[in-house]
Design a protein around this ligand. Structure first.
Ligand code: ME8
Length: 533
């Protein structure tokens, strides 16, 4: 069963393919974790989902890094992919279905066919271009967007704050300028194509100014995909890179798979690369006669000291420094919960520590361990039946219905991760409030049949609420959710956590009476002192 439309279509999510000139940092992990949560949420709906990430390995930036390190570019890429990028995604529990590398023949061969096709259709012509170029962005810049440098002659890239270089080349051009009106028509007909609204407006303003044709080849170096009709040129790295989304999906190689996956449901990107995805990529697909992706969603920037966090201003914090302190689950949770998706945000140890303690350890972790402890103490770990339910219990069940509805819309549709997670934690707060009001530890002292029936009802209600919480938080914090599932003894009656659907999660009373509840691992242990280094 699928809610994505045609029965053969999968929910296909992509991340940018990252440059492997250096190791991954918090910014890359931010986009990839967001994509993973989105992916897992749709899986939890029972949909067919495909999650793609990978690496961008051609271009001048990679070539220069390899040269500076005295190895071939291929050796450099192989090393970074295997030693840094793949291990980080594994460490963070990223459940990607494929990992595309742009140096793989399954990519380069298809890319050559794609551009040959555009060439055959007259979409590509030979011309000359000169202009300021930023190697960091791998992009020609417009003179009016540059910042002043140290001398009169020096101009800086507005993103990298590094000097641009003057490039003058004879190369091939894609007739991008012809697509301005068609793109504007497309944006108007598909108001949800670009999100958030700020990103959409930026793209509209940019395209309304008129587009220039795009230089799509380089002849001054050879680390790239050779143009099939003129092998002295390699394809511009961005044109090569964007096509990963279709080459990985089986374009030109596996028509059945391609029909299932393409067009992508969501391209997740940082706002720095919005134009490539919302202007150049759709124009090239139009030129090739292929369907356009359904959505391009831009995340904001993680900032350090008021600047976009980048390889050069990291202040030395790697994702692993944070996971070793807070754990992987809390890491996945924190950035999505603390920063509204689409806006810029800063990381601080203090804020992370505060949320960890109040939201994860106290509100969520303590609730789970208190409930398990009481079922253990009063009912020998066998979940009792709720035979005396009333308005208070109904209110908890109603709260769950709301939480599921809101979270499903916000996470699954709007990519408002902070809002969706907040809705789930509202429910957790409600359950805590319910226990505070019902005072099961006092009710336990009433040994009458009514007293024991109330105690059983309260504990069933709390455990059943936790059952739902485990499912709802599984996409965000899979390890903690699994521990909770285990501690509720839910698998025996309900099957695996992965098999629980969002549609059924609010059906009250699913956790079977008699489930074996045990006090498992503490979900979020007290933090050690913050590392000083
Ligand atoms: O641009 N905050 O690769 P890249 C949030 N190879 N997200 C950030 C970030 C930050 N401070 N820094 C990086 C490229 N990102 C191209 C992409 S796609 C066909 C080719 C994330 O290694 C964000 O998603 O520079 C951004 O778009 C991406 O990393 C850029 O990674």
């Amino acid at each position: 069963h699928s809610t994505t439309g045609a029965s053969n279509s999968a929910y296909y999510v992509t991340t940018p393919i990252y440059y492997v000139n250096d190791r991954p940092h918090l910014g890359h992990a931010y986009t990839t974790v967001a994509g993973d949560v989105l992916t897992r949420w749709h899986r939890q709906r029972g949909e067919k989902v495909w999650y793609l990430t990978g690496t961008d390995e051609h271009g001048q930036k990679i070539l220069r890094t390899a040269e500076a390190n005295g190895v071939t570019p291929q050796e450099w890429c192989d090393k970074l992919v295997e030693e840094a990028w793949k291990p980080l995604w594994q460490h963070l529990g990223i459940a990607n279905d494929d990992f595309i590398r742009t140096t793989q023949p399954r990519h380069t061969a298809r890319v050559q066919e794609f551009v040959q096709d555009l060439h055959d259709k007259g979409e590509i012509y030979k011309g000359g271009y000169s202009g300021p170029y930023c190697v960091g962005c791998e992009e020609y810049k417009l003179p009016n967007e540059l910042l002043p440098g140290a001398t009169d002659d020096e101009k800086l890239c507005p993103i990298h704050k590094k000097p641009v270089e003057w490039l003058e080349e004879e190369n091939y051009f894609f007739r991008l300028s012809a697509y301005g009106p068609k793109l504007l028509e497309f944006y108007a007909a598909n108001p949800d194509f670009i999100a958030p609204a700020s990103a959409r407006n930026e793209v509209l303003r940019f395209v309304e100014q008129g587009l220039q044709d795009l230089s799509i080849s380089r002849s001054t170096f050879n680390w790239g995909v050779p143009l099939p009709w003129d092998e002295k040129h390699v394809l511009y790295v961005w044109v090569d890179a964007l096509q990963n989304y279709i080459t990985a999906a089986g374009y030109g190689a596996d028509p059945e798979r391609f029909a299932e996956l393409w067009p992508a449901s969501v391209h997740l990107v940082g706002k720095d690369i919005l134009r490539f995805h919302a202007v150049i990529w759709p124009a090239m697909l139009m030129a090739a006669g292929l369907p356009l992706p359904k959505r391009v969603v831009a995340n904001g920037w993680l900032m350090v000291g008021g600047e976009k966090m980048s390889k050069s201003n990291l202040t030395g914090i790697a994702p692993q420094d944070l996971t070793s302190h807070f754990g992987v689950d809390a890491y996945r949770y924190y950035f999505l919960r603390a920063i509204p998706f689409g806006t810029d945000g800063s990381f601080s140890w203090e804020d992370f520590g505060a949320r960890y303690t109040s939201e994860l350890a106290n509100d969520f972790g303590n609730l789970a361990s208190r409930v398990a402890a009481m079922v253990g103490k009063y009912f020998e770990g066998s979940l009792p039946a709720a035979t005396a339910a009333g308005d208070a219990e109904q209110a908890v069940a109603d709260g769950l219905v709301t939480a599921v509805r809101v979270a499903d819309r916000k996470i699954g549709e709007d990519l408002d991760f902070a809002g969706g997670i907040a809705a789930i934690f509202e429910f957790i707060k409600q359950v805590n409030g319910y226990l505070t009001e019902q005072e099961p530890w006092k009710v336990a002292k009433d040994e009458s049949a009514e007293g024991q029936a109330r105690l059983a009802t309260i504990l069933y209600t709390a455990a059943e609420a936790l059952r739902a919480t485990a499912v709802l938080l599984n996409p965000v914090m899979p390890t903690a959710a699994q521990k909770l599932w285990d501690s509720l003894g839910a698998e025996a009656g309900l099957g695996s956590l992965a098999d629980q659907t969002i549609a059924a999660v609010a059906d009250w009373g699913r956790l079977p009476v008699g489930s074996t509840v045990t006090k498992g691992d503490i979900l979020f242990p007290r933090l050690e002192e913050k590392p000083t280094a």
